[in-house]
Write a protein of this length. Sequence first.
Length: 261
Amino acid sequence: MKDNLVDQIVSEVMRKQANGTMETRASSFSGACGLTEFVGTAIGSTIGLVIANVDPQLHELMGTDKKYRSIGILGARTGAGPHIFAADEAVKATNSEILSIELPRDTMGGGGHGSLIIFGAEDVSDVRRAVEVALSEVERTMGDVYGSPAGHLEFQYTARASYALNKAFGAPLGKSFGITVGSPAAIGVVIADVAAKAAVIEPVGYCSPSKGTSFSNEVIFTFAGDSGAVRQAVIAAREVGLQLLATLDPAEIKSTTVPYI
């Protein structure tokens, strides 16, 4: 019986590997839903949806270009940076555009944001694919998000910023781009300073509770520059941030998934 159980487990693992990494990631959080609008779900109470043909009246109220009759929707209760970086990868990989990015005050009671990201395209297949790519990327981009009851830390990096990061943070297109987030906001101020001092970078933005956030208890620092310098700045900030957050909670602070930076 024991041997049979082992064989079953091995067979299941091999089956999942054969389906491909991206498909496995996307389906691992997919709930059962027969609606055509539903694409899938992901970590962070994230849901992906599409509307094949937006009602003209709603289209007008949303203020989006009417040529994008199909829209993809990525929404989450927890995670802003991870979802924006995931959406950035989706735009690079598909024939879609970013129509809007909003960061609601949320984190399911925590100190940060949720997210609402709208993709647009003339063909529903393009926005559906964009949402699928974004959902599959969220597991990776959550890798350098660290949380505890006392607060959270978030670090993101990309070698080449695209239109989602440009729209959300003003990231220079095509340049390496990084972000540090610290909650409570006091920690965010310190790790922003650490990042700025760690390497030669180009500061892009600084958001605090009353400036640039939805009054969330966090500080967000964004920067661009040479790939190696941006990575160095992010890593230095991460090392200090983890030490500071640990002083507020005796429990071990772990990555949400698997660190990627």
